[in-house]
Design a protein around this ligand. Structure first.
Ligand SMILES: Cc1cc2nc3c(=O)[nH]c(=O)nc-3n(C[C@H](O)[C@H](O)[C@H](O)COP(=O)(O)OP(=O)(O)OC[C@H]3O[C@@H](n4cnc5c(N)ncnc54)[C@H](O)[C@@H]3O)c2cc1C
Length: 409
């Protein structure tokens, strides 16, 4: 193992991928700086899964116990009809928080854990953003929106599906983003249904609504998914996004009218296209992309967070192994990650159609299965088949060994 010193790396984005990379770079003797556009750590979002090899990365970061202490610990879920009557229940062992080999945590909690793990060793610049990047033979000259000017050896774009770094270096996101035919919105509202570690789904043609409350939460999280061709809007314009969700939910029954009133006031409102980011290359010169910025697999995959963690571990490890030679490291990082990323993206394409079933008769069939499946002797077989497919995809990116640096247990 070659240890590198004084290699400065600017990371754009302090969500999951950015702080995870900062952690590993610091471990290997690099000097990371993280710039985040938001004025403070963004804590919103839904529950996210950590499965397969990503669990090992968390163990090596020394955060697995804390993740498990903050688990959503979901008990299960049910489907309800328009009047809120239960159609069928699904225990957590089949879908939800207690699937073997699957850790589940709120995205905001995970972001907080990673930030707290790194904040003493890593420089964080909140409320700022890269304005310009100018690469020369031995570094990158960076100017920030704040007027700050700094020089770094490398720059990493870990700034999400709408990556600003990617736009600066690779061009318009329309070249890389492939809309999968649906939008997702998530926000917090009071727990009117009195749910405790339980999620409740309601499906109507082209729409799926889910309300849940996980361990330790007093409020409820609300998720809306709706089928739609690609819409044109500014992804920073939250008021327009709220209006688009209200339009798409018009005429909805069950809790939907009440939830729409809460959506209007929600201050953690999240709205985005369910889409993939597909690129031929994740790096150009001294700039490399990581996490959703490089290869968003969409929320439908349930693997975006795991891939971001694995990518951070791999990118830092390859940089250390190559003694800081970014050309060698960036190529190796892509070679290790790409097959697993593509497998998960393919799986997401299949799952997104299941989220927004388009016909009434198909929903009726789904509800028939929800009602009858838990009573059938082959319920475990079906659950196992689904679980096996997800777990195999979650193990598709290997945890490469990069040497004997202390891995926290
Ligand atoms: C607030 C929020 C809520 C989310 N909720 C969910 C969810 O409920 N379910 C789900 O599956 N996925 C959710 N995601 C996405 C999920 O976190 C990612 O799919 C996955 O974890 C990979 O993370 P990432 O770090 O690559 O990208 P992201 O999590 O998207 O993080 C990108 C980060 O870059 C920052 N950023 C953006 N532009 C700039 C800029 N110009 N300069 C500096 N920083 C910038 C963003 O503020 C953000 O902190 C959410 C993301 C965010 C930011």
């Amino acid at each position: 193992m070659t240890h590198t010193t004084a290699k400065t790396v600017l990371i754009s984005g302090a969500s999951i991928a950015g702080p995870a990379l900062a952690y590993w770079l610091h471990e290997y003797g690099f000097t990371p700086t993280v710039v985040e556009r938001a004025p403070e750590l963004r804590t919103g979002g839904y529950k996210v899964d950590i499965r397969g090899t990503a669990i090992e990365v968390c163990r090596r970061m020394g955060i697995l116990d804390e993740i498990r202490t903050n688990s959503t610990d979901m008990d299960g879920g049910s489907y309800v009809d328009e009047a809120g009557r239960t159609i069928g229940e699904m225990p957590a062992e089949i879908f939800g928080g207690r699937v073997e080999g699957d850790d589940e945590i709120m995205r905001g909690e995970l972001a907080r854990i990673m930030y707290e793990r790194t904040r003493d060793d890593v420089e964080y610049l909140f409320g700022d953003s890269i304005a310009t990047l100018a690469e020369d033979a031995d570094g990158v000259e960076v100017t920030f929106e704040s007027g700050l000017r700094r020089r770094f050896d490398l720059v990493v774009g870990a700034d999400g599906m709408h990556s600003h770094t990617r736009r600066l270096v690779f061009g318009d996101e329309r070249q890389f983003k492939r809309h999968l035919g649906a939008y997702i919105s998530i926000f917090t509202a009071p727990n009117h249904l009195g749910l405790e570690r339980w999620e409740t789904y309601h499906a109507s043609p082209g729409r799926l609504t889910c309300v849940y409350s996980s361990a330790g939460e007093t409020d409820a999280k609300n998720m809306f998914v709706f089928a739609s061709p690609e819409l044109s809007y500014d992804h920073r314009d939250v008021a327009t996004q709220k209006r688009m969700l209200a339009d798409a939910s018009a005429g909805g029954r069950w809790e939907i009218p009440r939830l729409m009133r809460h959506a209007a006031d929600a201050d953690d409102f999240y709205f985005d296209s369910i889409a993939l980011v597909e690129m031929d290359r994740w790096s150009k010169g001294r700039v490399v992309l990581l996490g959703d910025a490089a290869h968003c697999a969409s929320p439908a995959s349930g693997q975006g967070t795991g891939l971001a963690l694995l990518g951070a571990y791999t990118l830092a490890g390859e940089l250390a192994a190559a003694g800081g030679d970014h050309r060698v490291a960036f190529e190796a990082y892509e070679r290790v990650m790409r097959p697993g990323v593509e497998r998960n993206q393919k799986m997401a394409e299949g799952f997104v159609k299941e989220l927004t079933v388009d016909r009434k008769w198909k929903i009726a069939l789904r509800m028939f299965m929800v009602r009858t499946l838990p009573k059938t002797p082959w319920k475990n077989l079906i659950a196992k088949k689904i679980r096996d497919e997800i777990q195999a995809a979650a193990r598709a990116v290997p945890v490469t060994e990069y040497g004997t640096l202390a891995h926290a247990a």
